[in-house]
Design a binder for this molecule. Structure first.
Ligand code: SAH
Length: 253
């Protein structure tokens, strides 16, 4: 059998959102390195860099040193083709809930084409609605229902282990079949959608309700291709142009 491709593991990003305890960041770096993952991204960590993080990372200080820090999750996911939120709950926001082995197969398949991400939440509050709305699916570790909340770094270890087992198990993965849109392209689509819907007076910016969240949920049930995002944005632009033109034509001739 041909060897599994190390680039696939290199393309799987572990994102820790708003981590409170620096020790968990170090322990997560160690969990990653033991399973061959190296791309660690921190979003607005409470304390970093920090000696506790270094101590908990042990021999994985190189992963810690290579970690990139971003102020927002949207920036951390801008170049990713698939982002899965890791959460024990909150199934209401993202439609698709995957098991760790299902998530691993999806991530490895998509990692053939470019960076993908697993997003972990804050130790106390988990992932916020806003953070989850940037993910295209949800992964839940099927833990004891009476006590299902793992320590953050333990959750990172479980997912990285599953990814490694899947990776070791086969040398090639089905190709995605089309070019997925990146996180940034999808966010730009939502921004365009919101502006256009306000212009078309379908959305009231003063009282938007949950419309944008519902539309995000709709699109998160499918994986948008780059080309499909371009078509949708073309339709929005055409509607905006028509609306603006209609606004300049006097009624009744
Ligand atoms: N009280 C928080 C728990 C946070 S634990 C909550 O209820 O959301 C810190 C992080 O570890 C979570 O945000 C999630 O990313 C991960 N995690 C812990 N237990 C998990 C589980 N059973 N399934 C999936 N992710 C889990």
């Amino acid at each position: 059998m041909t060897q599994p491709n190390p680039q696939l593991l290199a393309n799987i990003r572990i994102v820790l959102a708003r981590t409170s305890h620096p020790g968990n960041i170090g322990a997560a770096a160690r969990a990653m390195k033991t399973m061959g993952l190296t791309d660690l991204v921190l979003v607005d960590p409470a304390v970093f860099p920090n000696s506790q993080a270094d101590a908990m990372a042990s021999g994985a200080v190189d992963v810690l040193a290579g970690a990139r820090v971003y102020p927002t999750l949207a920036e951390a996911l801008a170049d990713t083709r698939l982002a899965l939120g890791v959460s024990a709950r909150r199934r209401d926001i993202v439609a698709e809930v995957l098991t760790p082995p299902e998530a691993s197969a999806r991530l490895l398949g998509e990692a053939q084409a470019g960076p993908v991400a697993l997003v972990f939440g804050n130790e106390t509050s988990g992932l916020s609605n806003e953070e989850l709305s940037l993910c295209q699916g949800l992964v839940t570790i099927p833990a004891n229902p009476e006590y299902s909340s793992l320590n953050l770094a333990a959750a990172v270890q479980v997912l990285c282990y599953e990814i490694r087992q899947a990776w070791l198990g086969r040398a090639s993965w089905p190709q995605p079949g089309f070019e997925s849109a990146t996180g940034e392209e999808i966010e730009n689509l939502y921004t365009h959608l919101e502006t256009a819907l306000a212009e078309l007076e379908f959305l009231n910016p003063g009282s938007p309700g949950k419309l944008m969240l519902k539309l995000r949920r709709l699109f998160s049930r499918t994986r948008l291709a780059k080309e499909e995002v371009n078509i949708l944005r073309g339709i929005l632009t055409a509607a905006q142009v028509a609306k603006r033109a209609a606004g300049t034509v006097p009624r009744n001739g």
